[in-house]
Structure formats: C-alpha cells, structure tokens
Design a binder for this molecule. Structure first.
Ligand code: PLP
Length: 399
C-alpha cells in the first residue's frame, strides 16, 4: 500500500506470533488446539514476584514515571545478578532496562547501525533479528549451520561472510529456535575473531539458565574478557522467571552505547512500567531455586518430545541441550500425501499450515528462522498436552 513507508513494508510480520495468534483464535472458536508455537513458559510467575508487584501497585510512588534507563535499584540488581550468573562485573550505569528483550534487540541495532552496515546472523536465527537489523537500515547477512553440526556456527563460514561493512555479529546460546548450546570453543573463537576484526558482539543470553545434560552456557564476556569493550549483552525475565507478559528486558553495553539506547528510549517509551520493574527486582535478586525447578520440568518434556518426534517416520530431531525448543527436520514429510485428506505439502511452511488446520497442532515453520525444511516445537506446555500433540502429529503423518 503506497501510504506505508518502505521501511515497514520491508519488514516481515513475526511468524511465531502469527502461528500463536492463529492457534489461539482456533481455540477461542472452540477447537481443541495443541500449541507448540509460542515461546512462553506455561508456569505461573513465582508468588514472591507477584507479591512484590501487588505491593508496588499499592504504593503511590510507583504511579510516576521512572528514570528512562530504569529504576536505580533494578539496574543495581541486574548488575549484581550478572556478576552472580555470568561471572563478570558491570556497573549499573551500563544497564538499560527495556520493554522486554525484544526492545533491547531493536534499540541495539538502532544505536549501532548506519545505512548499509552488515550484521552477521548465525542461522537458524530468532525470527526478530533480521527485521530489527533492517528497521535500523542495516543488512542481515545469514550464515547457516545445519543439524549435522549441531547447529553450531562454523568460523570459516563466518569469516567468508565478513566484508568491510561488517559491523556486528549475533551470538544466541542457548539458541532459539534450535535449542543448541554452543561449545566454549566456538564462543571463544567468535570472540577472538570479532576482536581481530573490530566487530561488535551482540550476545542474547535470555535462555542462559535453561541447560540440560552436560551443557553449560558459556558467557562470552567472561570467557574472553578482552571483548567487553565491543560487547552488548541482551537479557530479560520472560523465559527464566516465567514472566513473558510483564515486559522487562535489558541491555548491558559500554557506557556510550548504553547512554545512546537510553536517549532513544526517552523518545520511544520513556520507561518500562514501574510495577513491572518492581516485580523484576524481586525476580532477579531472588534465589534460582524456582528456576531450577522449572528447568527440571522442561527437561522431562525435552526427553519426551525428542523421543516422540524421532518416532515419526520422516522426522529427525537432534537432541537439544538448551532453551525449550526442539527443531525437527521434516523434509521426509514433504511431497507425500498426509492425513485423512492426503494433503501434500511442498514446504515446511505448507506443512505447518496443514498440521494446524487438519490435526490442530501448532508448530512454527523453519522459514520463520531462515531454515526451510524444519519445524520448531516449543515444549513449554503441559506434559499431557505435549503427549496428545505428539500422538496427533504421528497419527496425521502416518497416513
Ligand atoms: N531473544 C530471544 C532469543 C527470544 O527467543 C526472545 C523471545 O522469544 C526474546 C529475545 C525476547 O523476549 P521478550 O521480549 O519477551 O523479553
């Protein structure tokens, strides 16, 4: 439509939100849909966090705007939490509290990129990265790594993609959509390569506490301290503390970048909702016990879903060791009749639509993550739902 800007016309809608919205609409219409679409923990926000928010609601000091980069107590708590979890020191002034991790991603690219600057995005990628880069005038450069190498970036491929315009690289481990936790060697190699070529590192650590088996999140700023002057860390409470709707995230950056992000926020959103920030203080300064309990529950589901997916003829799913996603290769289901109607899908996108329409199972197609031929299943749903969803998928795919 001619009235809209080229900038917004060039942006793809969020496919993950679209699948989730369609599944929710079908549910609202009375259909029994099993949703593997959304990256939303099904647990309630912990009581002590809700209590802190409820108390904050009754305190008139929280009816005001907060400072743009966040409540000083929250920025301090985030700095303390970063030292506790990631093992390195940052000052509260380096922290900018944002409306979810999503705004931290958006603001980072707005303040870093000039028109034509390139950002290397290891692929499969989280669906919002390329769009946030484009919205800032930048050019996403996608570098794919498949299931056969555990979805782990290959340094030679990154180097082959580097040009004089390369400004930044994204690191996202544990990863959405693959659930991969990149090895310490890979993380260190990326840091050294970025240092050598003066490339910004944007490390999205939002799934930091969701590790399984022997996997452990390697924090790039702790592993290679020399990269900290060119490192921006993104994080938030959504996944770790089951708080997606509270909309609290943050970025941690060298001071000039943090100040620039706060300047931008001053014109965009002023600040994150005061009550949500009070809740986030309780979350990040509380113990990790509740987080570990959620991780145990996710781990049981992870094993169940990987076994169930690999039990379907035509589906292959490597075992993920992080986050709450299983990323399954479904190329074996393409171009053959499936379900009662004998529906033939020629792409994972068509397959996901047919699976939702016919079996009432929602999963996000790999196209949303730059990886056609895959489906992403979020296993952040109840055990019985997971079992029923997998039963339906298998039955539909076996016809
Ligand atoms: N980064 C990654 C990798 C994500 O998967 C998400 C959410 O799906 C976010 C950032 C943003 O989360 P939020 O904006 O809910 O804090």
């Amino acid at each position: 439509w001619q009235t809209l800007s080229d900038r917004i016309n060039n942006v793809a809608p969020s496919a993950t939100l679209a699948v989730d919205a369609k599944a929710k609409a079908m549910k609202a219409a009375g259909l029994d849909v099993i949703g593997f679409g959304a990256g939303e923990p099904n647990f309630p926000t912990p009581d002590y966090v809700v209590d802190a928010a409820a108390a904050a609601c009754r305190d008139p000091k929280n009816y005001k705007y907060t400072p743009t980069p966040g409540l000083p107590e929250l920025r301090e708590a985030i700095a303390a939490k970063t030292l506790r979890d990631s093992g390195y020191e940052v000052t509260p002034e380096q922290v900018v509290v944002t409306n979810g991790g999503k705004q931290a991603v958006y603001s980072t690219f707005q303040v870093l990129l000039n028109d034509g600057d390139e950002v290397i995005i290891p692929t499969p990628y989280w669906t919002s990265y390329p769009e946030a880069v484009k919205l800032a005038g930048g050019k996403p450069v996608l570098v794919f790594a498949g299931g056969e190498r555990g979805f782990e970036p290959d340094l030679a491929a990154l180097e082959a993609a580097r040009t004089p315009h390369t400004k930044a690289i994204i690191v996202n481990s544990p990863n959405n959509p693959t659930g991969a936790v990149w090895s310490p060697d890979t993380i260190r190699a990326i840091a050294q390569w970025a240092i050598d070529h003066h490339i910004w590192i944007i490390s999205d650590e939002i799934y930091e506490h969701l590790n399984y088996d022997d996997a452990k999140t390697t924090y790039i700023g702790a592993a290679v301290p020399e990269c900290r002057d060119q490192l921006i860390v993104l994080n938030g409470v959504a996944k770790t503390y089951a708080m997606p709707g509270w909309r609290v995230g943050w970025l941690i950056a060298p001071l000039p970048v943090a100040k620039a992000a706060a300047k931008l926020q001053g014109h965009m959103t002023s600040n994150v909702a005061n009550v949500s920030q009070r809740a986030a203080i309780a979350a990040v300064s509380g113990s990790l016990e509740v987080v570990h309990a959620m991780r145990e529950a996710f781990d049981v589901r992870r094993r169940a879903i990987v076994a169930a997916l690999n039990d379907i003829d035509g589906v292959t799913c490597p075992t993920p060791t992080g986050a709450f996603y299983a990323f399954a290769d479904v190329t074996g289901l393409l171009n053959r009749p499936l379900g009662e109607n004998g529906t033939v899908s020629s792409s994972s996108s068509e397959l996901s639509a047919a699976l939702l329409d016919e079996a009432h199972v929602a999963a996000v197609p790999g196209e949303a993550f730059g990886a056609p031929g895959y489906l992403r299943f979020s296993y952040a749903l109840a055990d019985d739902q997971l079992a029923e969803g997998m039963r339906r998928f298998k039955q539909w795919a076996s016809r």
